[in-house]
Design a protein around this ligand. Structure first.
Ligand SMILES: O=C(O)c1cc(=O)[nH]c(=O)n1[C@@H]1O[C@H](COP(=O)(O)O)[C@@H](O)[C@H]1O
Length: 243
């Protein structure tokens, strides 16, 4: 990818709210800041596709984070529906395997054929969740070996399946770019400005460290949404980044 966008356009704010009112309040607080917005399962299940349409009408780039993971035919249909919503990026779980990811790609292509002139969404595979630690991967999930190897294997499979990039932690970005090429996008949650609570995340870096690794997009939620002054928190993050 190597993005011509400014750093702020490569910051994806996670709108993890239980209803549209909370999300609307944050949009007002961040008004005029051209960051990317992410709608995940909490908000989508409560506020529905119309909230995505509302964000698009307001001019935002939108990442719809529903982490599709089902049989190939179902994921193909889901991907087509998501594409028709006009999102800029969405994700599927790479753990669904190659046939499922290829079906997602087909769903995108099918939906695009009826949307002349529309931009194609970036189709992104989730590798290993940033909340997953090494012991959890090995002892609970049952995948042996270093977490970085599991992430790289999923990233390579996502690339072979025709995806545009992956979600991973910033700790894995350098090796993903080495393995899959610089134009293969990395979207990295697990972002924690120095001094902020790590919470349920496990593999974390600061915003400036993540961009220094060469990531294309960072995803950040609670350090902004839970701040006393979300606008100031986001502005401080933007100022901290020198790319
Ligand atoms: O796909 C994602 O966006 C995602 C993948 C992942 O591995 N880890 C992860 O945290 N996320 C999302 O990124 C956001 C991170 O939020 P905070 O931990 O509050 O910064 C949440 O909305 C998560 O659902």
């Amino acid at each position: 990818m190597k993005t011509t966008s400014s750093p702020v356009e490569r910051i994806i704010v996670a709108l993890d709210f239980p209803d549209s009112r909370g999300a609307e309040r944050l949009l007002k607080q961040l008004e005029g800041i051209p960051c990317y917005m992410k709608v995940g399962m909490e908000l989508f299940y409560a506020a529905g596709p119309q909230f995505v349409v509302r964000l698009k009408e307001a001019g935002y780039n939108v990442f719809l984070d529903l982490k599709l993971h089902d049989i190939p035919n179902t994921v193909k249909g889901g991907s087509a529906s998501v594409t028709r919503l006009g999102v800029d990026m969405f994700n599927v779980h790479a753990a669904g395997g190659r046939a499922m990811m290829e079906a997602a790609r087909e769903g995108v292509e099918q939906a695009m054929s009826g949307r002349a002139g529309a931009a194609k969404p970036l189709l992104i595979g989730v590798t290993q969740l940033t909340s997953t630690s090494q012991p959890v991967l090995n002892d609970e999930i049952g995948i042996a070996g270093p977490i970085e190897e599991a992430v790289l294997r999923y990233a390579a499979m996502a690339k072979q399946s025709g995806l545009d990039g992956v979600v991973a932690s910033p700790l894995e970005v350098t090796r993903i770019k080495e393995r899959c090429g610089d134009s293969f996008a990395t979207v990295t949650p697990g972002i924690r400005p120095a001094g902020s609570a790590i919470g349920d995340q496990s593999r974390v870096m600061t915003p400036q460290e993540a961009f220094a690794q060469g990531t294309d997009y960072i995803v950040i939620g609670r350090p902004v949404t839970g701040a006393a002054d979300p606008r100031q928190a986001l502005e401080q993050i933007v100022e901290s980044i020198t790319v």
